[in-house]
Each structure stands twice: as C-alpha cells, then as structure tokens.
Write a protein that binds this ligand. Structure first.
Ligand code: BJW
Length: 235
C-alpha cells in the first residue's frame, strides 16, 4: 500500500532527453543559433512568423521519430497502479507522456500537435506543418494560425487547477527541469508554503531550486524514475 494519497509530478525537457528530444538549456539547446527566449515569444512571432513557424514545424516533425522512454513508461505504470490521485503537470509540448499511456496529463506550456486560431480562438489537432497560408478548420480564415504554445510573457494553461493540486498533494516530484522558467520553477516553494507534502527532485544535476527540495536524487530520468515508481508502489 503506497504511503501517499495525492501526487503531483512536474516534468520538464530532461524527461524526454533520452528519447532524443534536445533540452532547452543544455549544450545542444540552441536552434540554428537562436536561444529559445528569442524564438518563443509573441514578439518574435509578430516580427518573423516564418522563422517561428519553422522552429515549431521542425520540432513537430521530429516528434514522429521519437518514442517514450522508461521514465515516461514508469509514470504511466504509476498512474495505472496507484490508488490515490496522480496528476502530471508537464512543461513539455511533446506527447510522450500520452504515448506511454498516461491519462491525467496537463500541458501547462501547450502542445506541439495543436494549432490555435487568432481569428476565432479555436483550437485544432495539427499533425503537419503550420504555414502562413494555413486555413483554420473552424472559421476557414487563412493565415491566422499559430502553434498552441505558451510563449514568454503569456499565461501558462490551467494555473487554477495546478494550484489546487499543489495545495492538496502530499508528494510533489519534479523531474528533468532546470528551474529557470516561472511559474513552474516556483511550484516547489508553493508546495512548501502549503506545508503538507514531501518534495523530491529527480534530475540529471542540481536544478536552480534544488536546495528547496526536501530530497534530491541526481542521475538520468530513465534510471531514477522507474526506481522511484517501484518505491512508491512498494510502499
Ligand atoms: C535530465 C536529463 C536526463 C537532461 N534525465 N534530467 C523573473 C522572475 C519570475 C518570472 C519571470 C522573471 N522574468 C520573466 C519572468 C517570466 C517568464 C520567465 O520565467 N522567464 C525566465 C527566463 C526568468 N515566464 C513566463 O513568461 C511564463 N508566463 C508567465 O510568467 O505568466 C505570468 C504569470 C504570473 C503569475 C502566475 C502565472 C503566470 C511563460 C513561460 C513560457 C515558457 N515557454 C517555453 C517555450 C515554449 C514551449 C516550447 O517551445 O517547447 O517552455 S521556454 C522553455 O523553458 C519551455 C520549457 O517548458 C521551459 C522550461 O525548460 P525545462 O523543461 O526546465 O528545460 P531545460 O532545458 O531548462 O532543463 C532541462 C533539465 O533537464 C536540466 O536541468 C538538465 O540537467 C536535465 N536533464 N537530461 C534527467 N536524461
């Protein structure tokens, strides 16, 4: 019997690194010389839509070549076997949690495989390239689609639901995130403020907020996460 009743797992780029998706701030984290901060903003999209669409088209296409790894699979196994509540809050825009079998996943920074129409505010599943000439499937207008991604300066999705889960959980686990980007980087402090949960970091190396966690384990997610899941399920 697991000793926890309500778990929130925050994931970042590090959990998908071993699937072959580059992280943002690693040595391979640049895209053709651009920092993510220069591409992932509404201002960059207004200035150079072709460049920004190309950045996301390339990453959407690359998704077809990668698979979930043992860390994603272990979290899906945890959700399946755990008799309490488990919510995965991911900063990742890939679909590897879902493809591993996780169901209770919240994409706070959006999803690569969705397009958002600035004309009618509709969202649509989008598997292929978004072009400046693409037409919205809802309102049929041309040239109003953007990737459904939360850029710098924009409000991440479902913050109220995330806050409710953080306040109710008794275990908060942060996996594969550098702790550079807010509000996600502030979740551990918030959980500590609520005062009821154990806090655990699983990351390749200490994150920016590492010292705020009650417990930290460092190493590759493909090893740390399955071991953590076995521990939780083993009680
Ligand atoms: C492994 C591994 C392996 C490797 N195993 N581990 C000052 C203070 C507070 C806030 C701000 C501030 N100045 C500006 C802000 C706001 C801004 C912000 O945080 N800026 C910072 C740069 C300072 N934030 C925002 O604008 C956000 N919106 C906002 O704040 O709205 C207002 C608000 C107010 C109040 C409440 C709520 C909201 C929006 C942020 C949007 C972020 N978007 C991006 C790009 C879009 C998605 C995409 O294109 O994919 O999201 S940025 C990019 O960073 C992406 C990621 O989701 C995000 C986080 O990166 P992540 O996942 O941590 O990746 P890395 O590469 O940084 O780290 C990987 C880690 O994995 C490393 O530690 C490795 O060691 C590890 N690793 N291999 C385990 N095998």
């Amino acid at each position: 019997m697991a000793k926890y009743r309500s778990i929130v797992v925050l994931t970042g780029a590090g959990i998908s690194a071993e699937s072959g998706i580059p992280t943002f701030r690693g040595s391979d984290g640049l895209w053709e010389g651009h920092r993510v901060e220069d591409v992932a903003t509404p201002e960059a999209f207004a200035r150079d839509p072709e460049l920004v669409l190309q950045f996301y088209n390339m990453r959407r296409a690359a998704l077809k070549t990668v698979e979930p790894n043992p860390a994603h699979q272990a979290l899906a196994k945890l959700e399946d076997a755990f008799d309490g509540d488990l919510l995965i809050v991911t900063q990742n825009v890939d679909d590897l949690h879902e493809r591993a079998g996780s169901k209770n996943v919240l994409h706070m920074h959006g999803e690569l495989k969705k397009a958002w129409c600035l004309g009618c505010d509709g969202r649509a599943l989008w598997e292929d390239d978004i072009l400046e000439t693409s037409r919205c499937p809802h309102c049929a207008r041309e040239g109003r689609l953007r990737p459904d991604i939360v850029w710098f300066g924009e409000m991440p999705y479902q913050m109220e639901r995330i806050d409710a889960a953080l306040s109710a959980c008794d275990l908060f686990v942060s996996i594969g995130t550098s702790g550079n980007v807010y509000p996600a980087a502030g979740f551990v402090a918030l959980v500590r403020h609520y005062g009821r949960a154990h806090t655990l970091e699983l990351n390749l190396d200490p994150s920016e907020g590492s010292r705020l966690f009650a417990e930290t384990r460092h190493g590759p997610a493909s090893k740390l996460v399955p071991a953590f899941v076995d521990e939780v399920l083993g009680g």
